[in-house]
Design a protein around this ligand. Structure first.
Ligand SMILES: C[S@@+](CC[C@H](N)C(=O)[O-])C[C@H]1O[C@@H](n2cnc3c(N)ncnc32)[C@H](O)[C@@H]1O
Length: 404
């Protein structure tokens, strides 16, 4: 390893955002790596992959679940003066925010992995600013984005023979709660939205009938419970698509167990439905539910027509806990949609297999009608470009229900 490179002020070294596509990928990754070295001497961080080798973008980035490993602080001993310069810091913050806002459109990256690496690096530095700054700056620094989905309203959500189907744009506004994150808490992964939630939401909007999200299947007032809702993308999107699909008065309960995640979830729900008070809208609310020790008192005391959960299996015990919850919470005839994210590296290796092992062949979970909770169907989805993290190799959607 050679001597540490002298770090330059961000204001004089970062390339102009508008000229990013004219720069080689290596230059951008190197600039991000310098920012990281300057501002992230943290032992732990939101980093999902904190190796600072710009020439070596990761093939598979660590997803960041419980990233409690010691990080390499590398060049972080230098640059104290620069780091404390408020002008440079504000410049870097503006640059990173603009960068993240445009990164999906940039054509300068040679591969999806290097683009993802750049996103991770930039997010990590930006998040470190917010974590250090304390409460008073949180409102200014939270990242809120509008996500748009095209809801297919025609012929049950399936286009046939090029026929023009009616569609409608659904917008979900989400704040990732990373800004207010306690940097020592590795269990608050629900402060950001994960790839599986986007894929599931895209599918719900593109082909609602394929997920039985129709008036015929659900009736006019279904009860839907989301498990491990995180930022709430799936539940909020459901609340927006059900009325136009002819299901005006559903009850949606978005659940999670982490206090900060629950607070962020609640704020996201309020933001998305505040303007719709006068129009037909579902009842959507937040409730605490820990799969390990589920408290099924009100509002979780009634069984659901639909349970839904995305990217909730990342510990060997999760599938069993979720199975036991689902067995208590799902009505006879109900469906549990479970979207699993497959990660084949590191500590997540093999965890995707725990779903089949837990749900199938478990005779103990019979309901009063004598039916067993079983995986009825499984579909696989490749990771689309621009969605999900580098270590997410594919997604599996399980349709789980009661079988005799
Ligand atoms: C990877 S995040 C996925 C969040 C969201 N479903 C998504 O796809 O963006 C996993 C979520 O499960 C929640 N979770 C983890 N363990 C839990 C438990 N024992 N009980 C309830 N929720 C849990 C986390 O708080 C987090 O919100």
């Amino acid at each position: 390893m050679g001597p540490a490179r002298r770090l330059l002020p961000p204001s004089s070294s970062l390339p102009a955002i508008r000229s990013l596509n004219d720069q080689p990928e290596s230059f951008i990754l190197s600039a991000l790596s310098d920012l990281y070295s300057l501002y992230c001497p943290l032992p732990t961080s939101l980093a999902f992959q904190t190796n600072s080798a710009p020439k070596d973008p990761p093939v598979a980035a660590d997803s960041g679940y419980a990233s409690d490993n010691d990080e390499d602080t590398g060049e972080c001993e230098q640059g104290f003066e620069l780091r404390d310069d408020p002008y440079e810091r504000a410049f870097a913050e503006r640059w990173l925010t603009s960068f993240l806002g445009r990164v999906e459109e940039l054509t300068c990256f040679e591969s999806e992995d290097s683009q993802q690496y750049a996103i991770d690096k930039a997010s990590c530095v930006l998040a470190s600013f917010f974590c250090e700054e304390g409460e008073e700056n949180i409102e200014d620094t939270e990242i809120t984005r509008d996500y748009r989905f095209t809801l297919n309203l025609g012929s049950g959500g399936v286009k046939e023979h090029g026929e023009n189907t009616k569609s409608e744009t659904i917008t979900v506004q989400l704040t990732d709660g990373l800004a207010g994150r306690d940097n020592t808490d590795h269990t608050d992964v629900g402060l950001q939205s994960w790839g599986a939630a986007f894929i599931f939401t895209e599918l719900m909007c593109a082909a609602p009938a394929c997920l039985n999200i129709t008036k015929d299947a659900l009736g006019s007032a279904p009860r839907i419970i989301e498990l491990g809702a995180g930022t709430g993308l799936v539940g909020i999107a459901l609340g927006k698509i059900l009325p136009p699909l002819g299901v005006p008065t559903s009850t949606i309960i978005a659940t999670d167990f982490h206090p900060t995640v629950l607070a962020n979830l609640e704020a996201n729900i309020i933001k998305n439905f505040a303007a719709q008070r006068d129009s037909p809208s579902p009842s959507i609310r937040v409730a605490r539910l820990d799969w390990q020790t589920p408290d099924l008192s009100s509002p979780l005391d009634k069984q659901a027509d639909v349970l839904v959960a995305t990217d909730v299996i990342y510990d060997p015990e999760h599938a069993v806990w979720l199975r036991d919850c689902a067995a208590r919470m799902l009505k006879p005839g109900g469906i549990f949609w479970l979207m699993l994210t497959v990660r084949t590296t590191g500590k997540f290796e093999g965890i995707s297999n725990t779903v089949r092992a837990s749900f199938n062949g478990h005779d103990g979970l019979r309901n009063p009608q004598g039916c067993v909770l079983t995986i009825l169907d499984e579909k696989r989805f490749a990771r689309p470009s621009g969605i999900g993290r580098g270590d997410e190799s594919e997604y599996r959607l399980f349709r789980i229900g009661w079988a005799s």
